[in-house]
Design a protein around this ligand. Sequence first.
Ligand SMILES: Cc1cc2nc3c(=O)[nH]c(=O)nc-3n(C[C@H](O)[C@H](O)[C@H](O)COP(=O)(O)OP(=O)(O)OC[C@H]3O[C@@H](n4cnc5c(N)ncnc54)[C@H](O)[C@@H]3O)c2cc1C
Length: 555
Amino acid sequence: MDADVIIIGAGLAGLVATNELVRAGKRVIIVEQENAANLGGQAFWSFGGIFLVDSPMQRRLGVKDSLDLAWQDWQGSAGWDRLDGAHPEDEWAQKWGRAYVEFAAGEKRSWLQQQGVRFTPVVGWAERGSLSAGGHGNSVPRFHVPWGTGTGISEPFADRARETDAVDLRFRHRVDELVFTDGAVTGVRGAVLAPDDSPRGVSSSREVVGEFELSAQAVVISSGGIGGDHERVRRWWPERLGTPPRTMVTGVPAHVDGRMLDIAADQGVRLVNRDRMWHYTEGLQNWNPVWPGHGIRILPGPSSMWLDARGRRLPLPGLPGYDTLGTLKILRSTPDLVEYDYSWFVLDQTIIKKEFALSGSEQNPDITDRDLALLLRTRLGRAAPGPVEDFKREGADFVVADTLAELVRGMNALTGDDLLDEDSIRRQLEARDREVVNPYSKDAQTIGIQNSRRFRGDRLFRTVPAHAILDPRHGPLIAVRLWIVTRKTLGGIQTDLDGRALNGSGMPVPGLYAAGEAAGFGGGGAHGYNALEGTFLGGCLFTGRTAGRALAGVV
Ligand SMILES: Cc1cc2nc3c(=O)[nH]c(=O)nc-3n(C[C@H](O)[C@H](O)[C@H](O)COP(=O)(O)OP(=O)(O)OC[C@H]3O[C@@H](n4cnc5c(N)ncnc54)[C@H](O)[C@@H]3O)c2cc1C
């Protein structure tokens, strides 16, 4: 045996499983197709948002949260409906969902603290949902931001893997096959890729320079999702979300290629819920790309007006920051929009200053570099955060103008589609703007803005007072063209509550475990159809920890 356990993929889930195994005195080989610069995978690039329930940070901001409320929200979002028959796709997904919410309401924060993770006092209100108590969405703010953003989550685990002799890191080793002996997984086989010293995130060469085979008592698949491969995303795109876009931007590095999932499926491992995915509708083309087609997601506050490609305000629940897949469905299934792959935010300088955050560790240098003074200057200052201003100035999707006529001309010129009519957009903006003069309103978005400002965190950091967008004192006017940005894979390898991978008969494949995005964040779909945000890193932590602990008991 070359090791006790082989881990496929050096992302967060693989690193957390490794951490548990090493603590239990086991020897681990991590096999990773990228180079050493990429240790930590997607988590390093992430914003780092973490879903916690009833935390001291929430309480300090006056938020009353509970396990019951979070579970109500989670179930409303998940909508698990594949529970019938002999081995239903949602059987383990639902159990993992419940276990995860209990973890988030219980041990998660203290355990993360023990691992060296530290949180800022910021709690965001992500994914407010579909506007009903029992439906999708977070009833309260739960999105906790750690110091270091994503690096603050991934690096403590990466450091431990780098530092110990118990871990053998095999970079530029790509697994092409699981090795079975008498029906049990006993190793992996694959290709040694040519050395490549590209910086983190840059897509690397796939030139093969050799072969390898490694053996162990067990193997963990923690190879991530499919978001880097648009063809795979289109292949699994569900009919319920309409037509897949022809053009998307890519919210994950190229190594999130989904290849290992198909290899596992071809070798008899059961994959479920492959049609469930989590792609955002507020994607920008990165003016300074790291990976091919690099897209950045705007984490929007509630005030921008959202227009479709034809210049019509989106129907509910198409409000910024509310319902990711509800909005995606509107954009991809409205018949006269299907041929257009973009929509628009229309806003003003006052809104962009406070309400635009960009997802990604590199887009938030204040928090990533743990610089409190810069954080306060950036989030409470008079200008928009530096990275947002950079996008406004350099980004291919921004139009800035002093008058609406000029703005609409710029929007039409940007797309070349000439679909936008100034009078129609003016009428809609004026109708919206007339609603903001009272502290109450019949306009759902205006009600949402006022609601948001009742939460101290949003009032301080994320939501401007309701005001007329056409009021020149808030100018200039800004339009942002938004693309679909690929990101998370919600389905995956079906696993039981120990993280053991199952086969088509619902039985564990001996010697095989799965964790992280590859396992649908637990059970092949712990989120169900929708996510509450901040739950992906958490899902990797929880599934990696569970698989690592279970394995430590058996190898
Ligand atoms: C910009 C960005 C922002 C995000 N923000 C948040 C957030 O705020 N909150 C949140 O909860 N989540 C967020 N996420 C999502 C979260 O980061 C990911 O879901 C999570 O990190 C996935 O971790 P993983 O270990 O499952 O997979 P990955 O990080 O994808 O790691 C898998 C690794 O496996 C390797 N691999 C794949 N196939 C093979 C093979 N055949 N052989 C060898 N190696 C292989 C890959 O190269 C990769 O290094 C964000 C993601 C991004 C990109």
